[in-house]
Design a protein around this ligand. Structure first.
Ligand code: ADP
Ligand code: MG
Length: 427
């Protein structure tokens, strides 16, 4: 069978890599893919990059090539209705419809939804009028969090520690139009504290299948300093998600969300990712929903998945997720993102990458911003690679990942030296 993966980042490389390992699969097409997936083309159960974008064109390709199943990596095509379009042509695709994807594509939608269904989340108000927003900030005080309503590729949230920062964020988003239409409405919410974790499940419309737990690192620099990024590293499992927290999240957040959507006439299918804030008291709040897997959480999660992922995906599109129990590698997987010089502002591109170690049972390197040109691997984006190490404990996985990172060279490479620090501290 043939499978299509939509996207070209590290998450999509990890998905395609895992799918290509299935004995059922003859070819994984990835649109557009990256330098890493291009290198895999020679494998027997290979991966082929295809230079197609646009929902209509992708659907035409899926029809022509008799693609059995399509998996979508990023939020943008989901919010644009790729699932609706594929289904209208009778094509199988695992993901949420445009209506369901509002849980991610509109922070206001998600917050109002959580309020209606008593799903724990920070207190908030939504504004389109800057004066009212300023008044609310003065009334509530700092710290306070300002969020652009629409999709902003990780650049739409300002955690304001002072009133000045909060007012400036509102001015930039609402009056200054800094994020375009994504920022023409803002959610202003209470600052909540604790430790963050990512909780990702697969949903087939009625059944919920939780994936392995994970935690990522949003800030650019060690000790969680510096600007927010798309994510600088992740590991799985996340020890903060104890069995008790796991059960509570399913009970208080995930199930009420799926049931609430159904009650409102929206059947949820696809990956649902709840960004959690876990307070030391055990109180858990939902910071946000994503309607897809996380990047870089997907990389360590896929590295630990032992079950045939295609089997799971087929159960997903056929409404049979209750019938499958994924098996996870008991080891810890830890992924370190190597980013380009000047990421996240204006990353330098076109640098030669050398020294990527071959995959073995302890390492796998997933590509993101890379391209293969005249047989040379060059950087082509902000986050370049995610280097995953696997070992019996977190420290071992960390040492293996960093040993591989040390072998990899490209000009201006930057990466955090402390991926996994929160989990290490717990022990
Ligand atoms: N209410 C909040 N209190 C404290 N920190 C927050 C709050 N909401 C978001 N954050 C911080 O901002 C980051 C980004 O917010 P999030 O809602 O996940 O938006 P996005 O991922 O779309 O940028 C979170 O990972 C968290 O670190
Ligand atoms: Mg987030």
């Amino acid at each position: 069978m043939k499978i299509l993966v939509v996207g070209g980042g590290g998450r999509e490389h990890a998905l395609a890599w895992k799918i290509a390992k299935s004995p059922k699969v003859q070819m994984v097409y990835i649109a557009p893919g990256n330098g890493g997936t291009a290198q895999n083309s020679s494998h027997l159960n290979g991966i082929t990059n295809i230079a197609i974008s646009g929902i209509k064109e992708l659907a035409e390709f899926a029809v022509q090539e008799q693609i059995l199943l399509t998996v979508v990596g990023s939020e943008v095509p989901l919010a644009a209705g790729i699932v609706n379009h594929f289904r209208s042509l009778g094509l199988k695709i695992f993901g949420p419809t445009q209506e369901a994807a509002q849980l991610e594509s509109s922070k206001d939608f998600a917050k109002q939804f959580m309020k209606r269904h008593n799903i724990p989340t920070a207190k908030f108000e939504t504004f389109t009028d800057a004066n009212l927003a300023h008044q609310y900030i003065d009334k509530e005080g700092a710290p306070i969090v300002i969020k652009a309503d629409g999709l902003a590729a990780g650049k739409g949230v300002v955690v304001a520690m002072s009133l000045i920062e909060a007012h400036t964020a509102v001015d930039e988003m609402l009056s200054g139009n800094s994020l375009g239409s994504a920022g023409s409405r803002v959610v202003i919410e209470e600052f909540v504290t604790g430790e963050e974790a990512s909780f990702i499940v697969m949903v087939d419309g009625k059944n919920i299948l939780p994936l392995a737990t994970s935690q990522d690192h949003k800030r650019l620099l060690d000790h969680d300093q510096g600007p927010n990024t798309g994510g600088m590293g992740a590991y799985s499992p996340a020890p903060i998600v104890t069995p008790g927290i796991h059960a509570k999240v399913l009970r208080e957040i995930i199930r009420p969300t799926i049931q609430g959507m159904e009650k409102e006439g929206i059947t949820f299918t696809g990956f649902l990712y709840a960004g959690l804030m876990i307070h030391p008291s055990g109180d858990v709040k939902t910071l946000e929903f994503n309607c897809r897997m996380g990047d870089p959480e997907t990389q360590p999660i896929m590295a630990r998945l032992k079950t045939d992922f295609v089997e799971i995906l087929i159960h997903g599109v056929e409404g049979r997720l209750n019938d499958i129990e994924p098996e996870w590698d008991t080891r810890v997987a830890l992924g370190v993102v190597m980013a380009a010089h000047n990421y996240p502002q204006t990353p330098q591109t076109g640098d030669l990458i050398t020294g990527i170690p071959a995959e073995d049972e302890h390492h796998v390197v997933f590509h993101a911003g890379t391209t293969l040109k005249d047989n040379q691997l060059l950087t082509s984006g902000g986050r370049v690679l995610c280097v995953v190490g696997l070992d019996g404990n977190l420290k071992g996985a960390q040492s293996r990942a960093y040993a591989a990172v040390d072998q990899i060279k490209f000009s201006g490479a930057q990466y955090r030296k402390d991926i996994g620090h929160l989990a290490l501290k717990r022990k």
